[in-house]
Design a protein around this ligand. Structure first.
Ligand SMILES: C[S@@+](CC[C@H](N)C(=O)[O-])C[C@H]1O[C@@H](n2cnc3c(N)ncnc32)[C@H](O)[C@@H]1O
Length: 216
């Protein structure tokens, strides 16, 4: 288990009681200021029904379920999460979906088979700088030729954004590794940058971003 999980995110992802409270669509929607549906929709638009998909970590709410529901073949979706508790929650959500396999593992050490789509939803802002680089590079390695990695996460909001002040307080208190994501571009973490075509879209006054890296 990486150190930051115990030091910073113990309460959110390793405590079973808190996980039960937080793992609800309404809570995720509140945390994302009502943008959850829009961001999920944008991510889901990158996934076609016959794609093989790697989901980097469990996500609270219904996203994992919605990805699984788009796919039809056995073992089409793999979810990897470093926390046994989170894999357990994911398993409970997806009992009805034989197209999903789940395993406990650190994405920074991932060795997997190439996938058409790699989905990374609000994970990068929760990990330290070195880990951001490791995660981006490990995930890009798993992208099949013509496939893509999709990163949805926080982004530096417009300087006049009305929520900028409160978000800065929240990040400093609860999400300390978010700050350096705001000051960098996700594509800059990629060692193999030019093997991919990069696109970036921002949402909600720049507070969120979707970056898509398509393997050339
Ligand atoms: C996807 S991120 C954040 C998503 C979002 N905040 C939500 O609503 O759930 C949270 C997940 O990442 C997992 N995680 C954190 N670091 C990881 C790593 N290095 N490898 C795999 N999973 C990791 C945590 O266990 C947790 O389940």
């Amino acid at each position: 288990m990486p150190e930051y999980m115990h030091k910073v995110y113990d309460w959110a992802y390793l405590d079973p009681r808190n996980a039960t409270i937080l793992d609800r669509e309404l809570i995720v929607s509140m945390i994302l200021w009502g943008n959850n549906r829009r961001l999920k929709k944008s991510l889901l638009s990158e996934i076609v029904p016959n794609a093989t998909v790697l989901q980097a970590a469990h996500v609270y709410g219904s996203l994992i379920y919605e990805i699984a529901a788009k796919l039809s073949h056995p073992r089409q979706l793999e979810v990897v999460d470093v926390s046994a508790l989170q894999i357990g929650r994911c398993r409970d959500k997806l009992r009805a979906f034989p197209q999903v396999v789940m395993r406990i593992g650190d994405i920074a050490l991932l060795r997997s088979t190439p996938r058409d789509v790699i989905s990374c939803f609000f994970l990068l802002h929760e990990v330290p700088w070195d880990y951001k680089r490791a995660l981006v590079n490990r995930l890009l390695e798993q992208v099949a030729p013509g496939g893509k990695a999709v990163f949805v996460d926080y982004h530096k909001p417009h300087r006049l954004h009305p929520l900028r002040g409160i978000m800065n307080l929240i990040w400093r208190k609860f999400e300390p590794f978010a700050i350096d994501l705001l000051e960098s571009e996700i594509d800059r973490f990629a060692d193999n940058h030019d093997s991919f075509t990069w696109t970036k879209e921002t949402f909600f006054g720049g507070l969120y971003q979707k970056v898509v890296a398509t393997r050339r």
